[in-house]
Design a protein around this ligand. Structure first.
Ligand code: SAM
Length: 207
């Protein structure tokens, strides 16, 4: 099953499955971004809109992109805000956003599915205004080294979704090559994660 088909299938249970990574991501995103005042947000890989509704409350507008129609349908059912637009799009291609049109780009639990980070940082750099922020929250590579990938149950079968390992230095180097500086880096554990490696890594880059 390719990545897009996997998310079309997972969309039916994504919000209701037990998923500590999803829940931790939601909590840390609010913690980190609550202090930023944004006018225009682009959310790439918005999925079922888990973070979209909250983003719409801290900005004038949110443009949310995903390549899974079925995930987007769930998001649209959840988020009925006049300041949110949704678009079907593959973020490894040019984004349907004007140059310098956003002051915050958010990307949660998506980049493990993207082989070439430089495509993403290049588009983020084009779409952000000077001084804008690019927030990335990802499964920590330490977990990937242990073999963890995004996965879900479908008809009693575990479906593992194609994932690529990006080391911390891969994020830093891609960011640097595209003119970003690192404002904040943190590692996060769920409260059930005692004595395990960190579950999430978050980066706040500034253009
Ligand atoms: C684990 S979900 C995360 C969804 C949401 N950001 C969240 O935190 O709940 C990953 C999402 O990335 C999307 N995605 C993966 N690769 C993509 C691509 N190349 N273009 C657009 N969306 C993509 C999937 O369709 C899926 O909705």
């Amino acid at each position: 099953m390719n990545i897009q088909a996997a998310y079309d299938t997972w969309s039916q249970t994504y919000d209701t499955d037990r998923n500590l990574t999803r829940d931790l991501d939601q909590a840390v995103t609010r913690k980190i971004l609550a202090g930023l005042s944004s006018r225009s947000i682009v959310e790439i890989g918005c999925g079922t809109g888990k973070n979209t509704l909250w983003l719409s409350q801290i900005a004038d507008s949110v443009h949310a992109i995903d390549f899974s129609q079925a995930m987007l349908e769930k998001a649209k059912a959840k988020v009925n805000s006049a300041n949110v637009t949704f678009a079907v799009g593959d973020i490894t291609k040019s984004w349907n956003c004007s140059d310098a049109s956003a002051d915050l780009i958010t990307c949660n639990l998506v980049l493990e599915h993207i082989l070439d980070l430089s495509l993403i940082f290049s588009e983020a750099s084009r779409v952000l205004v000077q001084g804008g922020y690019f927030f990335v929250s990802e499964l920590h590579p330490f977990r990937q080294y242990q073999g963890t990938k995004a996965n879900f149950q479908n008809n009693q079968e575990t479906i593992e979704i194609t994932a690529f390992t990006h080391h911390i230095s891969d994020f830093m180097n891609a960011a640097k090559r595209h003119g970003f500086t690192l404002e904040d880096f943190q590692e996060w554990w769920h409260e059930n994660d005692q004595s395990k490696p960190p579950r999430l890594a978050t980066f706040l880059f500034k253009r």
